[in-house]
Design a protein around this ligand. Structure first.
Ligand code: NAD
Ligand code: SF4
Length: 441
């Protein structure tokens, strides 16, 4: 059984409220942290090996150590709760059921970073969650864990919740900052990174909800103990939101030593595939990461089992590996059509492109149109190479990673499932009435 750090009290009735959270030992880590120096907390976070849980996996301690500290300039912590990656819903679970875990993590992090005013920028579609967060903030304030002179330490901290307007691009950290400043959410060129020039040009740390929640157990058990959980550079636990063709969709906390096979088939997690169907493929890290066929998902190229961690999932690079990403684990059974699935994603990225850069603005639209043609049985063989060419020209040539995120699913689908693209082109009549999976298995 995986060790639980974040979700250990998720089943406790009333854990959403301060009183119950406190009874379970909540805010104990904050009390401990406020007796430490900010430098000591930073050392604990570095020692823990925590990597950003939003998708990029950037070491959190390193990010915090990059925070510029010019004299007299306020610094900010901004929590990225704009969870919009298709297949990803773990932060929603944390905020809805354990809001105080996030608030406590924010208090410790704000104290360490020197942020007296911190923000949660939350996805607009999570319309019912801001009230839950604001209630938790009020409760924490009433108990002396937020506001002025917290626990008599002289440290002041306010937390504000800002609702997004429903644009996927505002989850990109610089677009998020633009939106928080009241502007259109267009990504900025990096560098400068937010750690140097962020919100209102002030030094800012932007971290994902789960990353900040993980600060609580890190302080509780120490960074060194946290680093002993997991394997290699995949330390601690990771939340995975599992969906698609599985018996038990939901949010699971894993310790990153289990295999992909165990995760899909064990009753503790996804509970296998409904109706005894075969596994076809999986997208393990949210829609932006490459799709991997079953044979490469259960084993690496070297025949080793594939594990649910950053290194093992990426083993083989883009040719045969994929990424941990945001932990949005999407399972496809044998009946699914990869072309149709890729087309749906292409439509999404095209719709969500902010339009600033030509390769993304135009390329995502072209990819969607070509995929739509192929899926309807109206494609030509040369369209497959054209698609390949377009995605290559998007990748690496845009301001923000949305371009790459749109290109990679197309590249991986062609690389691993070219036969499905060819089937649609060779069987125009069939492809108008059936999908590839149903017709071929
Ligand atoms: P990134 O690699 O550019 O940056 C990661 C983090 O490290 C950022 O906060 C960045 O500011 C910081 N950083 C990197 N180098 C730095 C430096 N030299 N100095 C200071 N700070 C530095 O990636 P990203 O754009 O933040 O995220 C991309 C990922 O987001 C994708 O891989 C995707 O998986 C994920 N994603 C997640 C969601 C979601 O809903 N959770 C949605 C879309 C995308
Ligand atoms: Fe906008 Fe796409 Fe360019 Fe990102 S890559 S800045 S979403 S046009």
């Amino acid at each position: 059984m995986s060790k639980k750090l974040l979700l250990k009290d998720a089943h406790v009735e009333g854990i959403r409220y301060f009183e119950t959270y406190r009874k379970q030992g909540g805010y104990g880590a904050a009390e401990k942290a406020l007796k430490m120096t900010p430098e000591e907390i930073l050392e604990e976070v570095k020692t823990s090996g925590l990597r950003g849980r939003g998708g990029a996996g950037f070491p959190t301690g390193m990010k915090w150590s990059f925070l510029a500290k010019p004299e007299g300039v306020p610094r900010h912590l901004v929590v990225n709760a704009d969870e919009s990656e298709p297949g990803t819903f773990k932060d929603r679970y944390l905020m809805e059921f354990l809001p105080h875990l996030l608030i406590e993590g924010m208090l410790i992090s704000s104290y360490c970073l020197g942020s007296n005013v911190s923000y949660i920028y939350i996805r607009g579609e999570y319309s019912w969650i801001p009230d839950i967060l604001e209630e938790a903030i009020e409760e924490a304030k009433a108990a002396g864990f937020l506001g002025k002179n917290i626990l008599g330490t002289g440290f002041d901290c306010e937390i504000y919740v800002q609702r997004g307007g429903g644009a996927y691009i505002c989850g990109e950290e610089t677009a998020l900052l633009e939106s928080l400043e009241g502007k259109r959410g267009n990504p900025r060129l990096k560098p400068p990174f937010p750690a140097v020039k962020g919100l209102w040009e002030r030094p800012t740390v932007v971290n994902n909800v789960e990353s900040i929640a993980a600060i609580v157990p890190i302080i509780d058990i120490t960074g060194a103990e946290y680093a002993k959980i997991g394997v290699g550079r995949s330390t601690g636990t990771k939340l995975i939101s599992a969906c698609g063709n599985i018996n038990k969709p939901g949010v699971y906390e894993i310790d990153m030593t289990i295999t992909v096979e165990e995760f899909i088939y064990s009753d503790e997690y996804c509970g296998g595939i409904p109706n005894g169907k075969k596994l076809k493929a999986c997208i393990p890290g949210g829609s932006s990461v490459p799709i991997v066929p079953a044979n490469l998902l259960l084993k690496t190229v070297n025949g080793e089992p594939r594990y649910m961690n950053y290194e093992s999932l990426a083993d083989g690079g883009f040719a045969t590996g994929t990424m941990m990403g945001s932990g949005g684990f999407i399972v496809l059974d044998e009946d699914q059509c990869v072309v149709e699935h890729t087309m749906t994603l292409a439509r999404f990225y095209n719709h969500e492109s902010c339009g600033q850069c030509t390769p993304c603005r135009e390329g995502t639209g072209w990819m969607y149109k070509i995929l739509k043609k192929i899926e309807k049985g109206e494609g030509r063989m040369e369209d497959i190479d054209l698609l390949w060419d377009i995605q290559r020209k998007i990748e690496g040539n845009t301001i923000c990673p949305l371009g790459d995120a749109a290109a990679w699913p197309v590249a991986a689908a062609i690389r691993h499932f070219r036969d499905e693209f060819e089937w649609h082109i060779k069987n125009p009549e069939l492809s108008q009435t059936q999908n590839y999976g149903l017709a071929n298995y």
